[in-house]
Design a protein around this ligand. Sequence first.
Ligand SMILES: [Ca+2]
Length: 460
Amino acid sequence: MRIVLAAIFTALIGMGCIDADAVLEAFPTPDSSEVASTRGFLPTITPVSEYTSPPTITPLPKFGLAPTVTPMSRFGLAPTVTPAPTFAFAPTVTPVPKWQGFVQAEPLRELDIERVYPGLSFDRPVALAFPEDGARRGFVVEQAGRILFLKDEDADTFLDIRDRVNDRGNEEGLLGLAFDPDFDSNGLFYVYYTANGPRRSVISRFSVGPGYNTADPGSEKVILEVEQPYANHNGGQILFGPGDFLYVGLGDGGSAGDPKGHGQNTGTLLGTILRLDVSSLDAAGSYAIPSDNPLVGVAGARPEIWAYGLRNPWRFTFDSETGDMWAADVGQNALEEVDLVRPGLNYGWKIMEGDECFSRSCDTRGLELPVTVYGRDDGCSITGGYVYRGTRLPSLYGAYVYGDFCSGKIWALRFDGSRVTESIQLADTKLRISSFAEDADGELYILDLGGEIYRFAEEG
Ligand SMILES: [Ca+2]
């Protein structure tokens, strides 16, 4: 099947009918209503049974004109398929069905976990990131202030900033790493760490040295500092997302019960996810505000804010197909929650914890409810994961994966945009899950704060 398809694709590319990148990066999944036209010959769209199959595109007769297929963007904007002119013979485009709202993938089922890089152990690993530089290397973030890159079955130091990182608190340290979308050509990357004197969160940019194997600690350009009143709830996620903007998660400032009310105060950056334009920093490291940020022009609000009312969004990620932002917000005493994050929305803390009232005066109007919650029977600190878009585990495709740091349990759910359509406990592990990670193929990893890295495996 794949050989035949490959031959067809090769032929099409050779004919100039299809851009090679479009074939590799985006199996088009046109909605028939987008493709259909009221005149001329329509493309025939036939669902296929296996969601892993690439679409089959039957070439036009040599006197026909090819349809234009614009590939999906890296963040999953829908591909556009422009139908062939009406005088041409229409091609047959058989799309890959989307599980989300279209065709369901295989049902979720329990998975095992297995260790990867079995010879390696790290000191409190909290993040693992993969730049899009074609080298397919993973970079492990150690909380004390080091970044190491994985090389075969070994790891080498990439950056060491332990001299400026404060990791005295359990939730303090070097917490996040994001590679510039153009890392391949500009060698830039961004980190999130906590520092002392005063206690604060720091977002900084660094650059690699020759060979891309080390980074210069002296290349630091601080782009944002946020004072932190307490040691806990620092957030720590930093990620590039749609529009190549930089998204940063900040907790409510800490202590317990959000004593200073940061969660509901859009005049502070605490208790939020931010969206920054770092594409053209000035000499002072100043970022720009994307003009379509939701609170731009709102009196008293910080224009950096993308979403607020969050307690400690330790990990949030983007679905690489749809661009949706998924966040896991760590609860106070009762409920851990998963949120689908939309711009400008208020996720409730501390009026609500999860889907219940937290404050005595509880007006829930205008608050965004979680996609799901769990209580203390299942854990005590949620670690957000990813929507799985890999190929190793067909049953997991399109599901959001998340876990709990305290219990080691891992779950997956499918969401159709308004309700959870399927959910399962994927695995019951002994791990202290500090983070999940996603590589260039969409495959997922699980980080244990004890030092080891794991992945999922079909039950044997
Ligand atoms: Ca909430």
